[in-house]
Design a protein. Structure first.
Lengths: 327, 273
């Protein structure tokens, strides 16, 4: 496998079936529908993942993320809509899709006694195009564990092995379903590094997660999905900007300040107080700050503490879904 | 793909040898069983050990199939190992044929070990043609392994697989003549016994092993085993499930019921002849 893929990608684009005049999306989902009995797991979602992009499906458990990716992988039949992966329909050309796709699922395992390198070598043989095992081991930092048995690996190592397994066929698209769920902070950071390395190598990645900071950190674009529907789609920056989420100014003063007075200051939209800390919401933080400081000086109030918090993707998420994502 | 298939089989056998539990059930236990049988039922009279062997080998084959392979397969499905395979462009036939072959290798090595020990410790002499004996053992093993595959597909989890395994194992052992000769049974039960796959295998084995008959003279029980094998493999492919979460679709249940009916019908028909 060529991990510095910029060269390799242009090569792929100029040969084979991909037309040069357009850059078709590697994953296209249109009005996808999936029901389990009475339950509608996926209620008409649409998105497209472009070549070289890291795309995130962010949502709480049961939002329909896993169902969506399992349909993309050809593991599940859909009840409506259109899906193509590398211009193949997984419902009718599952093998073609599988050859071009690398996948990690939440609920997969390997035999207890299989060694890391044995597993990679075995699964590579299932594909016509095969990645270099030594390079894969290096990418996921498992070189020293090459001869270790699966049941001796930590959760983080098993997950990194799962990613290496997803890459044995040097896939065009990588789908990672909740790759960091259940891992501790350290293991999660290591895995993020692996995903960022994939991104740097130009791989196209579709990632599902219910960790907001993960989506924010890793993804070029994020679709927020809840109850089987996409409720927002864009880059993390766009999503944050889209939301009504405002920056907050939090301050503490030596003596209490009447809330009424703070509310009358320019550019301040709302004020709340709890435990002696005043929280001011504003659409224009810099101007609000100037007004605030001026007022403090005129009134000769003394500040104990002041800081500004910017809205995060989490604010957007809570605003859109009305709930917090819990682990 | 052939290389991948062979790789999967050799790795499977290797993994079994790395697993202490698997070694115990595949080799230690069957050997213990051989000595137990030989000492309890014959008090060391060697000509009788020879007569015990067809039943004993049949028990080994059945336990390797109903408790060994089927439980391993259900565990693979429950833990998501099969799902990992499913992500690759592989058909169910890949799993079925490679798993049957690796299980056959292990099961056959168990049988050879039992035969070797019987020869060494009890001076059992085999009058039959070694090639014919090997053929019958391979065919018998494959037939029961395929039945084990069906158990694995029907069972939702390891517990039900064990229950189903027991439900097949004990009647097949006691009624089929593996534990004691069928002649000890009431005549009604003897008629039933004659239709059981275990009894076909025991008859075939004692024909070629103890009486030195040719395969041709053993055609009837061998044909029955082959028929059961074909039906079982077909059914195993129809019933195959990659994952435990999805309940078995009703089409598969109909397949299972229909084939089972055909199978019982065929057994009754051949028996009435």
């Amino acid at each position: 496998m060529n991990l510095t893929l910029s060269g390799n990608l242009t090569e792929i684009a100029t040969q084979g079936t991909a037309p040069l005049f357009s850059a078709p999306a590697l994953i296209v989902v249109r009005d996808l529908l999936k029901r389990y009995g009475d339950l509608t797991a996926v209620a008409g979602i649409s998105f497209a993942v472009q070549r070289g992009e890291v795309f995130g499906l962010l949502g709480p458990n049961g939002a329909g993320k896993t169902t969506t990716v399992e349909i993309l992988e050809g593991l599940r039949a859909r009840d409506g809509g259109e899906v193509t992966v590398c211009s193949f329909d997984p419902a009718t050309s599952a093998a073609d899709v599988k050859r071009r796709l690398g996948v990690t699922l939440q609920a997969t395992a390997l035999p207890d006694k299989i060694q890391v390198r044995e597993a990679l070598a075995l699964f590579a043989r299932f594909y016509p195009r095969q990645a270099d095992i030594a390079q894969l081991l290096k990418l996921v930092a498992l070189e020293e564990k090459a001869r270790s048995q699966f049941d001796t690996l930590s959760g983080g190592q098993q997950q990194r092995l799962a990613i290496a397994l997803a890459l044995v066929n040097d896939p065009d698209v990588v789908i990672l379903d909740e790759p960091t769920t259940g891992l501790d902070a350290q293991a999660r950071r290591e895995l993020h590094q692996v995903i960022l390395d994939l991104k740097r190598a130009g791989k196209t990645v579709l990632l599902t997660t219910h960790y907001i900071e993960e989506a924010e950190r890793l993804c070029d674009r994020v679709a927020i999905i809840d109850h089987g529907k996409i409720i927002a789609l864009g880059s993390p920056r766009e999503l944050i900007a889209q939301s009504r989420g405002q920056s907050r100014i939090e301050l503490r003063t030596t003596e209490p300040v009447p809330l009424r007075v703070l509310r009358q200051l320019p550019f301040i939209e709302s004020v709340t107080e709890s435990g002696g800390v005043y929280s001011l919401r504003s659409v224009d933080v810099s101007r609000a700050l100037i007004a605030l400081v001026k007022w403090l000086e005129v009134e000769q109030r003394e500040l104990e503490d002041l800081h500004v918090t910017r809205p995060t993707l989490e604010d957007t998420f809570i605003e859109l879904t009305g709930k917090r994502i819990r682990e | 793909m052939l290389q991948a298939w062979l790789n999967n089989i050799t790795l499977d056998v290797k993994l079994a040898f790395r697993d202490r539990q698997a070694i115990f059930w595949s080799y230690v236990f069957p050997v213990f069983f051989l000595f137990l049988f030989a000492s309890v039922f014959t008090r060391g009279r060697t000509e009788m050990v020879g007569n015990l062997l067809p039943g004993l080998l049949t028990i080994s084959i059945m336990s390797a199939s109903f408790f060994g392979m089927s439980v391993i397969l259900v565990t693979m499905r429950e833990r998501g190992v099969l799902r990992r395979y499913q992500l690759a462009p592989l058909s169910p036939w890949f799993i079925i044929t490679s798993k049957l072959t690796s299980s056959l290798v292990i099961s056959f090595s168990t049988l050879l070990l039992q035969l070797l020990l019987a020869k060494l410790f009890y001076k059992v002499s085999f009058v039959g043609n070694p090639g014919a004996i090997i053929f019958v053992l391979l065919l018998g093993s494959l037939t029961f392994l395929s039945l084990g595959f069906i158990i694995a597909s029907l069972a939702e989890n390891v517990k039900t697989a064990q229950v189903l395994g027991n439900l097949l194992f004990f009647p097949l052992m006691f009624l089929g003549g593996a534990a004691f000769p069928v002649q000890f049974l009431p005549s009604k039960l003897q008629q039933l016994a004659a239709m059981l796959p275990s009894n076909y295998l025991i008859r075939a084995l004692s024909n070629v092993m103890n009486q030195g008959q040719s395969l041709l003279n053993t055609a009837k029980p061998l044909g029955a085993l082959l028929l059961i094998l074909l039906v079982a493999v077909f059914l195993a492919a129809k019933l195959f499930r990659w994952e435990a979460r999805e309940p078995m679709p009703w089409q598969q249940k109909i397949w299972a019921a229909a084939l089972l009916a055909v199978f019982v019908g065929a057994a009754l028909f051949t028996h009435s002849e």
